[in-house]
Design a protein around this ligand. Structure first.
Ligand code: ZN
Length: 331
């Protein structure tokens, strides 16, 4: 595979704060020789550890985009020890559109790793992050939220790598240090296209978050994001300070049976709220046929017991839409 075509003008070895734009060549009907300018900030002071902080991987997940743009402007390089690489709008076209996927190529960045330097813009971004940035990093935190179609109890999460995971302890410690109300360890052996799967390949300790969602932010989710980002600077040794916030409730999402999906099209009447504890077989809701009120609605049930940490806020559903998911306490 060839090298990245993205041009990068920051000097990763230079002390101080550099705020720049990656130049991703993109030749289109409206700009023959154009490039997409993806924001990147490097803040370095001495030879300490390197932490990647990312947001806008999905463009409709806003806490991280807001908190990282504050951090870029506010952080004094003299206050840190080491190097921060901050990507506040990683899939910039998606962030500008407020959309999960890029409007120019349909690409979902978090299903595009390890990427392709000669592929679509989204694939080229994934390749740059995994092949150019990750080798510079000791740790990676990618700030996600539920986006427009999901809403979460504020959570930090780590991927449980299939088989022996040499980073498992470090990932769990980082999840707990973020101090979101919920932490969860997620097992999905087949999903190797995410940024945290890329970090596993690169040997970089990585966590993600699901801070809220429903296409907005709340003061609460913003505060969790801001506190968590700061806790990550402490935890990974870039700043001196005490980890703040109440202990995280550590849980796991250990298989597909913890998810509920719509079996048909219709109007979903949920029978649960975020934070509910449910039993296997309990009704999750009803799906109504709005063009045929004489027809009984279809009942949807949980297949497992657990804590509801994710809920779909949009009630019009198609067959296959995720309506929510559960987590169970990690022992
Ligand atoms: Zn996301």
């Amino acid at each position: 595979m060839s090298e990245t075509r993205i041009r990068c003008f920051v000097d990763f070895e230079k002390d101080g704060k550099q705020i720049s734009h990656l130049q991703l060549p993109y030749s289109s009907n409206v700009s023959a020789y154009g490039w997409i300018g993806i924001p990147i900030c490097v803040i370095r002071n001495g030879a300490g550890p390197t932490l990647y902080l990312g947001a806008g991987n999905h463009g409709d997940e806003y806490e991280g985009q807001i908190v990282l743009s504050h951090l870029i402007r506010d952080l004094d390089p003299a206050k840190i020890n080491g190097r921060l690489i901050i990507m506040p709008a990683t899939n910039l076209p998606a962030a500008l559109a407020g959309a999960r996927c890029s409007p120019i190529d349909g690409g979902n960045l978090n299903r595009s790793f390890p990427g392709d330097p000669d592929g679509t813009p989204t694939q080229a971004i994934a390749h740059f992050v995994e092949s150019v940035l990750m080798p510079l990093c000791d740790a990676l935190v990618d700030l996600h939220s539920g986006g427009k179609t999901l809403d979460y109890l504020p959570s930090a999460l780590a991927r449980r790598r299939p088989g022996d995971d040499p980073l498992a302890g470090a990932k769990r410690a980082a999840v707990e240090a973020f101090r979101a109300p919920i932490g969860y360890l997620v097992s999905d052996a087949r999903e190797d296209r995410t940024i945290v799967a890329g970090a596993d390949r690169a040997g970089v300790v990585a966590i993600g978050t699901e801070l809220g969602g429903a296409g907005t932010v709340t003061r609460t989710t913003l505060a969790v994001a801001q506190r968590g980002a700061r806790n990550m600077l402490y935890h990974f040794g870039l700043m001196e300070g005490e980890i703040e916030g109440p202990q995280t409730r550590l849980t796991e999402v250990s298989g597909p049976e913890y998810y509920v999906h719509a079996p048909c099209r219709g109007l979903f009447e949920p029978a649960f709220e975020l934070g509910d504890t449910v039993e296997a077989g309990q009704r999750a809701g009803l799906i109504h046929f709005m063009d045929d009120p004489a027809r009984p609605p279809v009942e949807v049930h949980y297949r497992a017991a657990g804590l509801v940490i994710c809920k779909r806020p949009i009630l019009q559903v198609e067959r296959g839409d995720c309506l929510g998911h559960l987590a169970t306490d990690f022992d």
